[in-house]
Ligand binder design. Structure first.
Ligand code: AMP
Length: 226
């Protein structure tokens, strides 16, 4: 495996984007860039920016494009992401964001966009049991992946809680927005030969194996012929 990768993870809420992004960031030794984690930590900090973001997050609405694009532009132009790459989780979510991403990531561009595929019934079941560490963002599920000690994060010892936006109303709203704003990106990236589809059902290990196989294949194709 050669380290470094420039990847985007797409998928409905509950498809396992966060879980896979953390694993891929370890595998390829690149930063995990999660716009949702950035906004949640701003909300917790109580900053003015966080207070503004909160009303969007709690309602399950998208933060305005200009704000999110500004956050991602700042993050992707730092040394670590410029040199080693990144795993983008939760961005882009609109065509406007995707256009900006191609501009921000030029000239190296993206290696691959991974579309984690799952149907809505499975997602609703997963989201009902989803819990997250309020400090480091690690994901758990009460039924198939609980923390070793109830309520305490295995990774950092932080408090494991249900996300404020994992209420039934906010989940439905986020899924509607996903269908309307984000699903069109699948065809958009396909038209640019940048996307691969991966079945998101199965254990986290199984899904990671499928994703890594696709990414490695793509990286191999991109190597100059010997
Ligand atoms: P996530 O953890 O990716 O589900 O994101 C949680 C919330 O953060 C979303 O419901 C939005 O309110 C906001 N958010 C995260 N990423 C974006 C984005 N790319 N565009 C707009 N809003 C976002």
């Amino acid at each position: 495996m050669n380290p470094g990768a420039r990847l985007v993870i797409l998928g409905k809420q509950g498809a396992g984007k966060g879980t896979q992004a953390i694993r891929l960031s370890r595998h390829y030794v690149v930063p995990h860039v999660s716009t949702g984690d950035t906004f949640r930590s701003a909300v917790r900090s109580g900053s003015e920016f966080g207070q503004k973001a909160r009303k969007y997050l709690d309602a399950g609405e998208l933060v305005p494009d200009e704000v999110v694009i500004g956050v991602v532009r700042e993050r992707l132009t730092r040394d670590d992401t410029t040199h080693r790459g990144f795993i983008l989780d939760g961005f882009p979510r609109t065509v406007k964001q995707a256009c900006s991403l191609l501009e921000i990531s030029a000239p190296k561009g993206l290696d691959l966009v991974i579309d984690l595929q799952i149907d809505t019934d499975h997602v609703l079941r997963r989201l009902a049991g989803r819990r997250v560490c309020s400090d480091c963002g690690a994901n758990y599920n009460v039924s198939d992946n609980p923390p070793r000690v109830r309520g305490i994060c295995d990774v950092c010892g932080g408090e494991v809680v249900q996300r404020d936006d994992d209420t039934e109303i906010a989940i439905r709203r986020r899924l509607e927005i996903y269908e309307r704003e984000t699903e069109p990106l699948i065809d958009w990236f396909a038209a640019r030969d940048l996307i691969t589809h991966v079945n998101a059902l199965g254990s986290p290990d199984e899904v990671t194996e499928r994703v890594v196989a696709e990414v490695d294949r793509r990286k191999q194709q991109a190597l100059p012929p010997r």
